[in-house]
Design a protein around this ligand. Structure first.
Ligand SMILES: C[S@@+](CC[C@H](N)C(=O)[O-])C[C@H]1O[C@@H](n2cnc3c(N)ncnc32)[C@H](O)[C@@H]1O
Length: 540
């Protein structure tokens, strides 16, 4: 296994002749290899630079002076994304749309490029496999070469691309972005990768399930071990469910929309081809995928892209019963950026003559919130305003609000389906760095709500340290809060856990793994009136 192909004359000549043959062969096999995949974009239309056959005049990775190989635009786009993530720490979701646009991709070609980029990143670039096929640390490889190998490995092991087509196109891509020598190296390494299928590599690399089930699941489902351990703990130790959630994380989620009440309806979205969501009365799903901005209501700011889990927790806060003789007209979103839940909450508030104040620490994210709340520059009903504010040092008086959402910054382990590289960016130590802030924000939220008012503590992570333990830690220090059973406020949604909190899961509900605790203020604290003031919170 271990001998490195290297760039010696021998392997080089094998690579060269093989590579030259495969360049022309790739055109043939590509059409077969991508049956159901990318199609023939490179031949169907000129590339974005006006050349034919998808050949482009500017190399994406600095291949200056090299012969230009015929690399199809879909693979180039996927390379652009993976390389931006690996060398610039870019977010795949943010760079993908421009990569597709710059390479002129749509439809099945765009779908192929997306799956190639995202699948490669989800699997951590198959670095564990590649490490067995190269006899020096992968960190010593040129980043361009490493990324070509990663993309080649995903085509061979994770997509239905025949190995000979995957190797040939990777050789062309390597020549394009790194030169002839590395392309021979790529040829030799990928031939080693192709010697086994994915189950074969997993059998080689994973510890035996019987001896180390979590270690086995981590390798088989390509998650860091600490994440697997966190999921297993949150699922009460069930190995079957842990395997199921890991598998669900590797499936790209469907695009879900929220019809913001008063601005659009699910019927509007259905009229444009979306299907009703599974749980949320505001949800519609683009079953065929595609750009959500082709939906008029989305383009016009009357609906947004939002996972059903996010919709459910926002709607639960809006429906939670209040007590006492306070009103129900002042709502707060304490950590609002980029504004998805604020938009839904403000729409719901507007229907009952309440108003939402959206607070966000980061000015650029507060700007996104303001845009979500003022489509086409017109303030919506239900909006008190957007403020840049540190939620740990509130600018309003205690007891000002009737309902408060605190959707805290977290590890995001509940949204790994939609952030392909995120699982490898996070580290176990991040959790301890976040929980003190989460506790402080929850404390502010509780102090900001009037007696009888309700706080929704929300995370997009099922990690117990960020969910159950933060709530327990904050409540242990105060006696003026009661926990509500959140589950009935997600009507019709089963399997939300033992309560009183609700935990959603991708494998159970098809949503992100959102956590919701509903907490009602029952009393005042020393130095804290816990009663409503008459001042407009948006003006403070
Ligand atoms: C999980 S996100 C909120 C997502 C949002 N609720 C939505 O649905 O679009 C957490 C937000 O909290 C913000 N944040 C972090 N620290 C904060 C603080 N001290 N005060 C207010 N917001 C903060 C982050 O900038 C981030 O935008």
């Amino acid at each position: 296994m271990a001998s490195e192909p290297g760039n010696s004359g021998r392997s080089g000549s094998a690579g060269r002749s093989g590579g030259a043959r495969r360049t022309s062969g790739a055109a043939r096999t590509d059409q077969r290899g991508r049956a159901g995949g990318v199609g023939n974009a490179a031949r169907r239309r000129p590339g974005p630079t006006g050349g034919s056959g998808g050949r482009q005049s500017s190399a994406p990775g600095g291949a200056g002076g090299q012969r230009r190989a015929g690399v199809d635009p879909a693979r180039l786009a996927a390379y652009d994304v993976v390389h931006a993530v690996s060398v610039r720490d870019a977010y795949a979701n943010l760079v993908l749309p421009s990569a597709l646009r710059e390479r002129g991709l749509s439809g099945r070609d765009a779908a192929f490029a997306t799956e190639l980029a995202h699948g490669t990143l989800r699997r951590g670039g198959y670095d564990d496999v590649l490490a067995r096929c190269v006899n020096r640390p992968l960190t010593k490889l040129d980043p361009e070469v490493r990324d070509v190998l990663r993309l080649g490995a995903h085509q061979i092991l994770g997509m239905r691309v025949p190995a000979h087509a995957a190797v040939a196109t990777s050789v062309d891509l390597a020549r394009r972005v790194a030169g002839i020598g590395p392309s021979k190296f790529v040829n030799a390494v990928l031939r080693k990768v192709a010697a086994r299928d994915l189950p074969g590599w997993q059998a080689e690399l994973a510890p035996a399930y019987e001896q180390d089930p979590l270690g086995n699941l981590a390798t088989v489902h390509a998650h860091p071990r600490w994440v697997v351990e966190a999921f297993a703990a949150a699922l009460g130790g069930s190995l079957a469910e842990t395997a199921a959630v890991l598998a669900a994380d590797n499936e790209p989620p469907r695009v879900t929309l929220a019809a913001w009440p008063g601005r659009s309806s699910v019927a509007d979205l259905r009229a444009e081809g979306a299907e009703p969501g599974r749980w949320s009365p505001y949800a519609a799903v683009l079953t065929e995928g595609g750009d959500p901005h082709r939906i008029q209501a989305v383009a016009q700011g009357r609906a947004g892209v939002q996972d059903e889990g996010s919709q459910l927790v926002a709607a639960a806060l809006a429906e939670a019963p209040l007590t006492g003789d306070g009103g129900d007209d002042r709502w707060l979103d304490l950590c609002a950026g980029p504004g998805g839940k604020s938009a839904l909450l403000a729409s719901l508030a507007g229907r009952r003559s309440a108003g939402l104040l959206a607070a966000e620490l980061q000015p650029h994210r507060a700007e996104l919130v303001a845009r979500a709340l003022t489509p086409r520059g017109r303030p919506s009903r239900g909006v008190l305003g957007t403020v840049v504010a540190d939620g740990t040092a509130p600018a309003w008086r205690p007891g000002t609000f009737d309902r408060v959402l605190v959707d805290v910054p977290c590890t995001g382990l509940g949204a790994l389906r939609r952030r392909p590289e995120a699982r490898w960016r996070r580290a176990a130590g991040d959790v301890a760095g976040l929980t003190p802030l989460q506790g402080k924000l929850l404390t502010t939220a509780l102090n900001s709500v009037r007696v009888g008012g309700v706080v929704a503590y929300v995370t997009c992570s099922p990690h117990l340290a960020e969910t159950r333990d933060v709530v327990a830690g904050v409540l242990a220090a105060r006696s003026d809060v009661e926990r509500l059973d959140a589950r009935p406020l997600l009507p019709g949604v089963p399997d939300l856990g033992d309560g009183p909190e609700a935990q959603l899961w991708p494998h159970r509900h098809g949503t992100d793994a959102m956590f919701l605790a509903l907490l009602r203020r029952t009393d005042t604290r020393t130095g804290d009136t816990g009663t409503r003031t008459g001042t407009d919170p948006a003006s403070q």
